[in-house]
Structures are given as C-alpha cells and as structure tokens.
Design a binder for this molecule. Structure first.
Ligand SMILES: C[S@@+](CC[C@H](N)C(=O)[O-])C[C@H]1O[C@@H](n2cnc3c(N)ncnc32)[C@H](O)[C@@H]1O
Length: 152
C-alpha cells in the first residue's frame, strides 16, 4: 500500500505520524514555536502539490489538505499551522492540486480531501474543480470528502 500526504504540515491529524507506507510532502520545512504552539513541518519530500515529482498511477491513497485561508495574521498560529492561499489565484491552484492528486493516484484509488469552510465555502471549491466527490460530510465547518479515480 502506497500513501501520499500531499500537504502534510505538522501531521496533526495523523494517529501514526510516521506511517511506514506514507510519503509526507509539503512545500516548506519549518520547525519553530509560536504562541506556545509547536510547529513541526518536516516532510520527506519538499514539493508543490501543483507539480508533484511522482509518476502517474503510483499511489493507492492520496490525502489532500491544502491551506484554506485567504486571510491570516502574519504572526498567527493559524498561518503557521495551516499556511495561506494565494488570494488572487487560489481557484486555479486548488484545481491544479486536484488534477495532480488524481494523476498520481492508481485507477480505483481513493483521494481524501479536507477543507475548512471558515473563509471559502466548500461549494465554491467544488465549483472550481473538474472532479466530483462520491461522498462527504455536508454539515459543519470541517469537511472530509472522498473522491475515487475512475478507470478509463
Ligand atoms: C491545512 S495545512 C495541513 C495540515 C496537516 N494536514 C496536519 O494534519 O497538520 C496545509 C499545508 O499545505 C502546505 N502547502 C501550502 N502550499 C502548498 C503547495 N503548493 N504544495 C504543497 N504543500 C503546500 C502548507 O505549508 C501547510 O503545511
């Protein structure tokens, strides 16, 4: 089983932060403390989710938890933990991220997408991508959606 976490951050949602089947990827490597929180972003691979260094059809499971904030204080814990979107280009960036996650996923493989609705509603995200989830929670601020890569 091969798993990719395409934006691993501090791996906060992992029960096993060093899962042996998983490649942990992020665009930054940063370890520091801010407002009594420890930020430990130490990926196996430094790469951009818009252009990932993997072959097509490589992973059984891909996890995509990109930044969800358009606005964040420059010295805030939120920005340190979750990063920030490019306010002028976030739609294209997220759409490219989905395309890349599905490219590297094996046919019939699963993509898990996490999003927080606090600044951009999930409906706006779904309107900007080519792919449709098969299921996901429909209430609450934090959404988990499941996509499956269809066989051609
Ligand atoms: C919402 S956080 C991920 C939190 C993580 N899932 C956890 O459990 O701690 C989003 C992460 O995406 C990273 N990121 C932002 N832009 C990226 C990009 N273009 N490619 C890869 N990672 C990116 C940020 O550095 C940040 O760590």
């Amino acid at each position: 089983m091969k798993i990719l976490d395409a934006c691993c951050g501090s791996r906060m949602f992992w029960y096993d932060k060093n899962n042996e089947n998983t490649i942990y990827q992020d665009i930054r490597k940063e370890i520091f403390d801010i407002h009594r929180k420890h930020v430990d972003v130490n990926p196996d691979i430094l790469a951009d989710f818009k252009n990932m260094p993997y072959t097509d059809n490589e992973f059984d499971l891909v996890i995509f938890d990109p930044p969800h904030l358009k606005w964040a204080g420059p010295n805030s814990v939120m920005k340190a933990q979750y990063g920030q979107l490019d306010i002028n280009n976030w739609q294209d960036d997220i759409s490219k991220g989905f395309d890349e996650c599905l490219r590297v996923l094996k046919p019939t493989g699963t993509l898990i997408f996490k999003w927080s609705d606090c600044q951009i509603h999930i409906k706006e995200v779904l309107a900007n991508i080519k792919h449709k989830p098969i299921l996901g929670d429909k209430r609450g601020k934090t959404r988990w959606l499941v996509f499956v890569k269809e066989v051609d």
